[in-house]
Ligand binder design. Structure first.
Ligand code: MG
Length: 463
């Protein structure tokens, strides 16, 4: 009798748990590499970098071939992901300073509704492990912007270089931890300086695994922005000489390994069918760093430019049972859309008192319909350099990423058909003046919605 009652009770508990699971919004994990190029993963065609875990994630989920970030450098790109808005709207881009520096006094404005704030309001446990780069002063840090906890280097791993380090790029070719006095923070406290960058990738991954284990009972959101493979390149002992691609390959393969650890943890805990994982990078490869920078594959140029190599990135989504396995999507999508999509998955509404540029990607992810995205604006700093409309891309201004060719304003923009010519080699502006007119209208409409705001990147530290 007693046993029967216990059995019944157990069944009730099981059923209750199940119904909670059905009602519970999904866990969300966003893994964000730094300066990883479109061509740097096995599943995106790299011939010697091995990324079995990301390749598996793609084969079990969706791999986008036209996935974009909001800017071609770190700070504005991250602002786009965290707010769902082109960074011009939050003041997180500048023509004078391309990113935030340790001597910057600005950061992500409190008025923005960050992805973490929106999900936290829905009952999510929230964590950021990695490179923040949206302001290193206390009021701008992750724990002031919706994250319950933070562990990471608050800006780029090549900042805070010590005066005794080799000058210029010489310090990068054989990098030593002590050349960069970057802080490692836990919440708002510096816990290590200089951060031991050789173990940083592994430690970020371990923090994510631990957080998943500790937060199985409620939905969680983990934002995991790796500091690497941004130069200077570091990897743990275990990954030294791991890759045929050399040091850069070692670093990417270690990141891939942490992805595997996270996926295995989700599977082991039976959380895989209720967790949406997305992997991408903040901007294209930093090409002046030669073999220490990555590859944009067949795309033109890299980090810092508004050519495709600067802003088109690997984009891999995974959610077993929800995202059909093995999709290769040519739909247009952006990190701006990740914001909106994650809010909707989490049961939140999109902010109505401001322009949100992100769109709902769920149909494209779940294989039930097309992506709603039909256009993209390419900013460099505060200026529109290019715009995409369907397959077409017009460049109104062109400029080398970090040096020549000089900035050039085109009276007749250069026009490329990105489906036929993904490398942007053949300017066909003369043949399609009507397309250029349409793109001009699109840009004018967008610009009407942009209001002047305080430029956060130009605020000095002492202000
Ligand atoms: Mg970057």
């Amino acid at each position: 009798m007693c046993a029967r009652i216990l059995c019944l009770l157990a069944a009730v508990v099981l059923l209750t748990n199940r119904s909670q699971a059905a009602d519970t919004p999904p866990n969300i994990v966003i893994i964000f590499a730094d300066d990883l190029g479109y061509g740097d993963l096995g599943c995106y065609g790299h011939p010697t970098i091995k990324t079995p875990n990301l390749d598996r994630m793609a084969s079990e989920g969706i791999r986008f071939t036209q996935f974009y970030v909001a800017a071609s450098v770190c700070t504005p790109s991250r602002a786009g992901l965290m707010t769902g808005r082109y960074p011009i709207r939050s003041g997180m881009c500048s023509d004078k300073r391309r990113v935030l520096f340790p001597n910057s006094g600005g950061g992500i404005p409190a008025s923005e509704v960050t992805l973490a704030e929106a999900l936290k309001a829905q009952g999510y446990a929230t964590a950021c492990f990695g490179k923040w780069h949206l302001g290193h002063l206390p009021q701008f840090l992750p724990t002031s912007n919706g994250f319950d906890t933070y562990f990471g280097i608050p800006y780029s791993n090549d900042m805070d270089r010590v005066p005794s380090a080799p000058k210029g790029r010489n310090s990068f070719w054989d990098p030593k931890v002590e050349y960069w006095n970057v802080p490692l923070m836990k919440d708002k406290k510096v816990v290590e300086q200089p951060a031991n960058q050789t173990t940083i990738t592994k430690r970020y991954g371990q923090h994510a695994v631990d957080f998943i284990k500790q937060n199985q009972e409620q939905p969680f959101f983990i934002y995991l922005p790796h500091n690497l493979p941004h130069v200077p390149l570091f990897r743990s002992k275990e990954f030294q000489g791991h890759s045929k691609r050399g040091l850069y390959g070692d670093v990417v393969e270690e990141i891939d390994d942490t992805v595997g650890e996270i996926m295995n943890t989700l599977r082991d805990l039976d959380l895989d069918e209720n967790t949406f994982v997305f992997f991408t990078s903040d901007n294209g490869p930093w090409l002046p760093f030669k073999t220490h920078g990555g590859s944009a594959g067949l795309l033109r140029e890299g980090k810092g430019s508004t050519w495709e190599g600067g802003m088109r990135e690997p984009g891999i989504g995974w959610w077993p049972g929800k995202i059909p396995a093995g999709q290769v999507s040519t739909e247009l999508a952006s990190t701006l859309d990740l914001y909106s999509t994650c809010l909707l998955l989490g049961g939140a509404e999109l902010p109505k008192d401001r322009v949100v540029d992100g769109l709902d990607l769920r149909p494209a992810l779940f294989g039930t319909g097309p992506s709603p995205r039909e256009s993209l604006i390419y900013y460099r700093g505060e200026q529109v350099y290019a715009a995409r409309m369907g397959p077409w891309k017009a460049h109104f201004i062109t400029q080398g990423a970090y040096g020549p060719p000089a900035r050039e304003v085109h009276e007749v923009p250069e026009l490329y058909h990105l489906l036929h010519d993904p490398s942007e080699k053949y300017n066909i502006a003369d043949e399609h003046p009507e397309v250029i007119e349409e793109i001009r209208k699109l840009v004018a409409e967008h610009q009407k919605t942009v209001k002047p705001v305080v430029n956060q990147l130009e605020i000095p530290l002492d202000k």
